[in-house]
Write a protein that binds this ligand. Structure first.
Ligand code: ADP
Length: 258
């Protein structure tokens, strides 16, 4: 137990360090990307130079994505939880995705008009949806396919292994992409584990997702078949509103990016 405690302390120290570095890098990258954009506006006639700048810009964007994941990873204790209606966040995330997905990927959404509330950090829930959907997209990138996102109250009998007793909200993200075999499935939540080419994957998406779900007392289940596709299900405990807080109910919901 003492060794475990030391390990946990070490991890926290590394997390704080990484978080600090990531924060500084974020500012540096913002400058690099900003100046690249300014330069791009001035080199219209020089195609080669434009291509170089495109390269800098893209690499900068990828670095920002990586830094963002590391920041989330190291800041999991700094979350701001409040009762939120998850369907608003999922819809917002899907709107963003719709704009960036190619035409060969169809999005099907099954989101009820009201989802019920969950005690959660809206930014982090937004990130879960984006992480899962981005992976789904990558899995279908070559052949195209269907991305299905749904929110529902799950039927307990269908969940394996079963969840601890309680009322949950299920967020499901399903793709008809390449799928995963059991060897791969065992490793997907490891930090820095990726099968994607350098620059495309960070290997942090699912590790971050897992951490966020755990810190919300939720659960993840994955079902995957090689060649057919993958279904990620996230179960978050439904929030029972205490009578005293009823007054706050009418306040506007905060939606990330909205
Ligand atoms: P990254 O996407 O940067 O590789 P993740 O932690 O999000 O990092 O995912 C780790 C690995 O899990 C991916 O590289 C991929 O091999 C596998 N994976 C995740 N989601 C899916 C999916 N929907 N379909 C197939 N493989 C997936």
């Amino acid at each position: 137990a003492e060794a475990e405690l030391r390990q946990a302390q070490k991890m926290r120290a590394i997390g704080t360090l990484a978080g600090g570095i990531a924060h500084d890098f974020n500012n540096i990258l913002t400058a690099i990307i900003g100046y690249t954009q300014l330069a791009m506006e001035r080199v219209n006639s020089d195609v080669t130079c434009r291509n170089y700048l495109d390269g800098v810009f893209l690499a900068g964007q990828r670095a920002k994505e990586l830094v963002h994941q590391i920041l989330t990873f190291s800041r999991q204790s700094e979350q701001e939880k409040k009762p939120i209606e998850i369907h608003l966040i999922v819809k917002e995330a899907l709107k963003l995705l719709r704009a960036s997905l190619p035409a060969n990927i169809e999005i099907v959404q099954d989101i009820p008009a009201r989802s019920g509330a969950v005690l959660a950090d809206p930014t982090q829930i937004h990130q879960i949806v984006m992480n899962l959907c981005t992976n789904a997209y990558h899995a279908m990138e070559e052949k195209g396919g269907t991305l299905t996102v749904s929110l529902s109250e799950p039927a307990a009998a269908d969940i394996s292994p079963p969840l601890p007793p309680g009322d949950y909200l299920q967020l499901m993200v399903r793709d008809t992409g390449c799928g995963m075999d059991t060897g791969l499935l065992e490793r997907i939540f490891e930090p820095y584990f990726t099968t994607k080419e350098a620059g495309k994957g960070t290997g942090l998406g699912l590790a971050v997702t897992h951490g966020i779900v755990e810190s919300h007392s939720g659960h993840i289940r994955v079902v995957s078949t090689t060649g057919l596709g993958t279904t990620f299900s996230i179960y978050l405990p439904l929030y029972k509103q205490p009578p005293m807080e009823l007054k706050e109910k009418s306040e506007p919901q905060e939606i990330p990016g909205g």
